[in-house]
Design a protein around this ligand. Sequence first.
Ligand code: NAD
Length: 283
Amino acid sequence: MSARIIDGNALAQTVRNEVALRVRRLADRGVQTGLAVILVGDNPASAVYVRNKVKDCEEVGMVSTLDRLPADTSEATLLARIAALNANPQVHGILVQLPLPAHIDEHRVIEAISPAKDADGFHVSNVGLLMTGKPLFRPCTPYGVMKMLEHAGTPLEGAHAVVIGRSNIVGKPQALMLLAAGATVTICHSRTRDLASHTRRADVIVAAVGKAALLTADMVKPGATVIDVGMNRGADGKLCGDVDYAGVSQVAGAITPVPGGVGPMTRAMLLVNTIEAAERCVA
Ligand code: NAD
């Protein structure tokens, strides 16, 4: 059996087209949708992410501003910048690119962003709203995964979903979203005993660990949907996920590739979060 490929590039393009339409509709009502991005320091990977985010905004007609602050920026300066963006009605979404330099308290910075503009969905208010089933902003990666599952037609109600990874940005919010969709959810992590005994019973597996080839074909139930969030460099230097794609795609019913799977959807969902925020302002 060869799994159906869930094409993240194609779905992300569809999502961007829909967002562009919504941006135009708001523009017709005199509202320019705006995302503010802050990058502190010169981490090369972060610089690429931020550039891509700004490019995505341009494609859908959003106004984006990029603040590039030097690595020695004080926490107070950064907090003051966030306060100014919180107060600016032209800014609907604010994103501070993580990680931050070690001298800045990441938690304090996230909590300084207005929960109504928290495009990443990391503020405790937004985490709490997700937890209680009334989400405002959802973290982009798990939100994108939910769109992919919906697009793939994977039934979630009553399904057994296994999330591998328990981070605040992927694993935990992913589990909450799957739970809200009616799945029975198991969260596995670095301390889980016998990972395969859990994954073999799963109808849906979301791997979000950061270890190449963690999930192999013998760990997957035939026909299961496998979503690979991982981003690793293989021995050949190429980008790969957490899933042994060659093997698992022979067993799974549907699978996301890396690259071209969850990554592009994560980017697209930032745009969705931003347009949703702008629409809430005029509602
Ligand atoms: P993290 O390091 O914060 O969390 C990793 C999780 O994996 C931890 O909860 C840990 O308990 C678990 N883990 C570690 N070893 C394990 C093992 N042997 N078995 C089971 N669980 C194990 O990472 P993160 O920020 O959640 O990201 C996870 C991966 O997803 C990384 O590769 C990251 O680059 C990638 N990622 C991709 C996107 C995207 O857009 N594609 C977005 C975010 C993260």
